[in-house]
Design a protein around this ligand. Structure first.
Ligand SMILES: Nc1ncnc2c1ncn2[C@@H]1O[C@H](COP(=O)(O)OP(=O)(O)O)[C@@H](O)[C@H]1O
Ligand SMILES: [Mg+2]
Length: 433
């Protein structure tokens, strides 16, 4: 592959966003990547790792802070003609029909009316929406809307197709359908597309579609590793080779520099750390499973754990992260193992569990400690959640701050280290001892 010239060359891309007066948020840190003809590349990374940001830079929608994107020899500074993008949210114009929505991109390129129409009709046909040309978006299901999204990208006859989690807003069956249709389209060369870059946080999806998988580290991101997939299409997720691949990707996503040392080093998190969006029942569910005799005292393969809990492997990820940052388990090289505290918790009764959890929350989750500290200090022992939200927004985006606060409140209420009133948004020490 390397003797070919890349279609797209991403060179030393850095991107930071202005956060507030004193701080910039560095999202991408020295990303290098090349896209070659004839390949589907999946860029896999956790939520918030900067995947969308990178795609937008490649598409010329935003500029990097430093570094450059070169497309067929030219530096990309504005949206380039040969590059099209499919977005996660369909972003269709509600007042335009399917046909008009698809024609929109061609209008911008100054294509004449007749040609616009015939090319759009063909694109609509290719994505399987024949007969829906005059329907309005509100008449379409999610899957059909995303088909329009694909048609809109295909109609400009792109050389490179960028896709930002295009299946993540769809239900499982619809997503499966659309994935296999995309694959057919690609293999039968019904479109002129030479290369596809697919951004996803879904390990299974990357394994199903990609010829090459790039694993993104997180905050700030650069490329942690890459993996060539040499399983022919259509891939069967029950095939042992496929299972092995999933296992390997999982290992890559959970391994860090820590794994090189023999003694396990827990990840230490800061006040502004984005907490995984995980409920207490998910944490206790995993602990309950790991204490069962067949798993006791050994390292368990994460894909096995996912199977056992009937979870998609991607949904397991935040839960294992929660166990790790709360220091109930060690997670490394795609395995998980309870530590002494995790075992103690799993074997304890409800009250004892709450105590252990409170102890870990206050010791290892700085935000929980901080909230409790403020409440302890105040004469009335109460504070508005906004106060903490504002503080978190120094480190996180508004959405991430909200989510993180929601998570710490749930964990803190379970541990009874503070109380929370939904109606007033007040945190207090009303019930807790
Ligand atoms: N326009 C922006 N201004 C400020 N911060 C942003 C902006 N866009 C993205 N971010 C931040 O950059 C980080 C990466 O975001 P994003 O690229 O959307 O991640 P992903 O697509 O991997 O979930 C997040 O912390 C997000 O809040
Ligand atoms: Mg994104």
């Amino acid at each position: 592959m390397n003797n070919k010239r890349p279609i797209i060359k991403i060179k030393n891309i850095k991107k930071s966003f202005k956060q507030n007066d004193h701080q910039d948020l560095l999202v991408l840190d020295d990303v290098n990547l090349e896209l070659y003809e004839g390949e589907i590349v999946a860029l896999l990374g956790k939520s918030g790792s900067g995947k969308s940001t990178l795609l937008r830079i490649i598409a010329g929608l935003i500029n990097p802070t430093s570094g450059e994107v070169v497309y067929r020899g030219d530096k990309v500074t504005d949206p380039a003609n040969g590059i099209a993008m499919v977005f996660q949210s369909f972003a269709l114009m509600p007042w335009l029909t399917v046909l008009q929505n698809v024609e929109l991109g061609l209008e911008a390129q100054g294509v004449a009316k007749n040609e616009r129409r015939s090319r759009s009709l063909k694109a609509i046909d290719v994505v399987g929406l024949d007969g829906f040309e005059s329907a309005y978006p509100k008449e379409l299901s999610g899957g059909m809307k995303q088909r329009v999204g694909f048609a809109r990208a295909l109609v400009v006859n792109p050389d490179v197709l960028l896709m930002d989690e295009p299946f993540s807003a769809l239900d499982v069956l619809t997503a499966d359908n659309l994935r296999s249709d995309l694959l057919d389209l690609w293999q039968e060369k019904q479109a002129n597309i030479k290369s596809i870059l697919l951004v996803t946080h879904n390990i299974g999806e990357a394994a199903l579609l990609a010829d090459r998988i790039i694993v993104f580290g997180s905050s700030p991101s650069n490329i942690r590793t890459e993996l060539i997939v040499d399983i022919p299409h259509p891939r069967n997720d029950q095939n042992p080779k496929f299972r092995l691949l999933i296992d390997k990707i999982y290992t890559l996503m959970t391994s860090s520099a820590n794994d090189l040392s023999t003694t396990y080093r827990y990840k230490t998190i800061t006040l502004g750390y984005r907490l995984p969006d995980v409920q207490i029942s998910e944490i206790t569910g995993l602990l309950d499973m790991l204490i069962e005799p067949e798993y006791h005292d050994k390292k368990i393969d994460l894909p096995l754990v996912a199977d056992e809990l009937h979870l998609n492997i991607d949904d397991l990820f935040p839960i294992t992260e929660a166990l790790e940052i709360l220091r109930f388990a060690q997670v490394s090289k795609g395995d998980i193992e309870l530590n002494a505290a995790g075992k103690l918790f799993a074997e304890a009764d409800i009250l004892e569990r709450k105590k252990i959890f409170a102890n870990h929350l206050l010791s290892y989750i700085p935000l929980a400690y901080y909230i409790r500290h403020i409440l302890d200090e105040r004469p009335e022992h109460r504070a508005a959640e906004e106060r903490f939200l504002n503080e978190l927004e120094d480190y996180l985006s508004e959405d991430a701050a909200q989510e993180t606060l929601k998570v710490v409140i749930e964990w803190g209420r379970y541990a009874e280290i503070f109380a929370y009133d939904y109606n007033t948004g007040q945190l207090s020490l009303e019930n807790p001892k």
